[in-house]
Write a protein that binds this ligand. Structure first.
Ligand SMILES: Nc1ncnc2c1ncn2[C@@H]1O[C@H](COP(=O)(O)OP(=O)(O)OP(=O)(O)O)[C@@H](O)[C@H]1O
Length: 335
């Protein structure tokens, strides 16, 4: 820990926007850094968009296929509404604008994620998927202008981004940033203990934490060398993605939002990452993943797939929806 220094400033592209939760007795480590670890989890919100698939189809066959998917979906969604099931996340008529331009991007998003479910959000480039996920975690570039988000029964919109993270919301970003001067191990230890404090559970000292960490490294198939390297510094695209999943494995989360976790991964890395995500699932936690490709859904089987278009979810279905997309393109389901 002694090696941790204050070169953090320029690494946290968002840190300046995210207020630290006031704490009566900040840990020495936290005070020394002047920035909280969960704050760091929001440091790369300015991620760039990845390329999407270009899909072609004929309108006629697409319409037929879409209508069969659509009717299957209504019963699918209805069936989930079982009495006694606990919604983890409830999004109702969510509207959001870009703060700077006032351009409306989210135009009434509705979504309910129950405990233990995996949801995939797909959609053309620019349809609002990343904006949706960033609004969920409280990105300051966006202002919510209508609707509601309830997470574990709490109004998420009343919470600061850091509080959302500590409450159990985790987001992996399209392009995770580097954090010079902070080793992966220190970073994870700080973030882990911050969550423990929030949960009122005992923190782990560095030795205890190391044992915890090593078991998680195996889950994502990462070498211990990565622990001493600065967060994401010099990591390849695939290594960054693995590192994001390592963070998820270490920190745990009730809802993991994975934005294009499959982009830039070779087939082995994709399988490792998918295996790790599957291994983290319990009947109590859920995953919301954004993807352009069916291939991820072959490994992480979604409960439901949502198609976003022009800032709304226009269709919800099972895996057949993704297969239809892969085969016939977005023309098959556009509203
Ligand atoms: N901070 C911002 N400033 C300007 N425009 C923005 C900003 N955030 C989002 N947009 C615009 O909002 C639209 C939706 O963007 P978003 O990144 O949510 O789409 P996406 O569905 O995730 O796309 P992709 O599949 O390409 O990643 C795009 O036209 C984008 O340019």
């Amino acid at each position: 820990m002694a090696g941790v220094n204050l070169q953090l400033r320029h690494a946290y592209s968002i840190a300046q926007f995210v207020p630290t939760i006031s704490s009566p007795s900040p840990s020495p480590q936290r005070a020394r850094l002047g920035i909280s670890p969960s704050r760091v989890l929001f440091c790369n919100l300015r991620a760039t968009s990845a390329a999407a698939a270009t899909l072609r189809t004929t309108r006629r066959s697409a319409t037929v296929a879409a209508s069969s998917v659509s009717s299957a979906v209504d019963s699918l969604v209805g069936d989930r509404d079982d009495v006694g099931r606990i919604p983890l996340l409830e999004v109702k008529d969510l509207r959001a604008v870009i703060v700077e331009s006032r351009q409306e991007i989210l135009k009434g998003v509705n979504l309910v994620v129950y405990e233990g479910e995996i949801h995939a959000v797909m959609g053309k480039n620019g349809s609002g998927k990343s904006t949706f996920s960033k609004v969920l975690v409280g990105h300051p570039d966006y202002e919510v202008t209508g609707g509601s988000i309830v997470f574990k029964g709490q109004n998420l919109l009343d919470m600061e981004p850091e509080e959302r993270s500590l409450a159990g919301l985790f987001m992996s970003f399209q392009s995770p940033v580097e954090i010079p001067g902070v080793s992966n191990m220190d970073f994870l230890n700080m973030a882990f203990n911050a969550r423990k404090r929030k949960l009122g559970q005992p923190e782990l000292d560095p030795i205890q934490f190391y044992s915890h960490l090593v078991s998680k490294l195996e889950v994502v198939n990462m070498k211990t060398d990565f622990l001493n390297r600065n967060v994401n510094e010099g990591f390849s695209g695939g290594e960054r993605k693995r590192n994001e999943i390592l963070q998820l494995a270490v920190l745990g989360a009730e809802l993991a939002i994975l934005d294009e976790i499959d982009s830039g991964l070779d087939v082995d890395a994709l399988q490792d990452v998918a295996k790790a995500v599957n291994g983290l699932l319990t009947p109590k936690n859920s995953v919301l993943m954004i993807t352009h490709y069916q291939r991820l859904l072959d490994y992480i089987k979604p409960t439901l797939i949502h198609i976003m278009e022009n800032g709304r979810i226009i269709k919800t279905g099972d895996n057949s929806l993704a297969k239809l997309l892969e085969k016939e393109g977005y023309k098959a389901i556009s509203g």
